[in-house]
Design a protein around this ligand. Structure first.
Ligand code: URA
Length: 279
């Protein structure tokens, strides 16, 4: 045993921390396990399939709302739109998301990560996808990048308890923290759009490129997107919402030299809020 492993083996909590640092956040065995065949999972999968069939049956035969999606996914998106539109409060929307079986990510996740923060906030932050910590706790941005996000908010007088609201573009953790697929994002999108309508923020902040690209429908990267004000528009909201894209805190943890640009964006966000509302 080399000295690093000996030191870690003598200190189990350091060993666990080291596993997490190097990305080992799933316990696996030597032999592959088909979890679809293990005990209660079979019933869960059958129930999910039945729920999916039910959704597909009740959904109208209208064509796919999103180009490039398979017809079945178009129908799931349609059912998401139907469920999302039926929600008239944030709590109802949360319940609708929790009942939705049309996003494949849900099968692998331990919890639905809906949102955190003050629902009366005038500023809404939309990140990418829950990670392992978020999946465990059922709240967005509670891991290492969440801690940095909290510091970024604090630097401009915001916090979750009083004046900021945080969610993601998908509500379930993608296995192994991969990026969510176009189909997974599309199936959650109607809920995210309704979330924005119901919260009615004065300012939107996209945390990372994925939510910016998706909600602004602009196929450009975060480096070009950040540093400028954009407008989020939707037929269901009365006027465009000023929107800024921020570097994702996970990226800032890897590339701290970019914090300078993120700080400029945070200052711009603070000024915009000062002009629009008393926060
Ligand atoms: N990264 C995100 O984009 N969202 C989270 O909730 C956690 C990490």
């Amino acid at each position: 045993m080399n000295s690093l492993f000996k030191t870690l083996a003598d200190n189990p909590s350091a060993l666990l921390r080291w596993y997490v640092d190097v990305g080992v956040d799933e316990a696996i065995t030597e032999e592959p396990v088909d979890r679809f065949k293990v005990g209660g999972r079979v019933e869960a999968v059958v129930a999910t399939k039945q729920a999916k069939q039910k959704i597909l049956k009740t959904v109208s035969q209208s064509h796919s709302l999103h180009s490039g999606l398979q017809p079945e996914v178009g129908e799931l998106v349609h059912s998401a739109i139907h469920l999302a539109k039926g929600a008239n409060t944030i709590d109802e929307l949360k319940a609708a998301v929790e009942s939705f079986e049309g996003c494949g990510l849900k099968k692998f996740a331990s919890s639905t990560v809906f949102a955190d923060g003050n629902a009366s906030a005038r500023i809404m932050f939309i990140g990418e996808a829950p990670g392992a910590d978020e999946d465990r706790q059922g709240k967005p941005f509670v891991g290492a990048s969440g801690k940095l996000l909290d510091k970024m908010l604090e630097s401009i007088g915001l916090d979750r308890e009083t004046n900021a609201y945080i969610t993601n573009i998908v509500f379930w953790r993608p296995p192994g923290n991969r990026s969510p697929t176009h189909q997974e994002v599309s199936s959650c999108l109607p809920f995210v759009q309704r979330h924005i309508e119901l919260l009615d923020p004065a300012v939107l902040v996209f945390v990372g490129g994925l939510s910016a690209k998706t909600l602004l429908a602009k196929p450009i990267g975060i480096t070009k997107m950040r540093g400028h004000w954009h407008e989020y528009v939707s037929p269901s909201i009365s006027k465009p919402v000023p929107s800024m894209a921020l570097f994702h805190p996970a990226y800032l943890l890897r590339s701290p030299q970019q914090k300078r640009l993120a700080w400029q964006d945070l200052i711009a966000i603070r000024h915009k809020l000062n002009n629009l509302v008393q926060v």
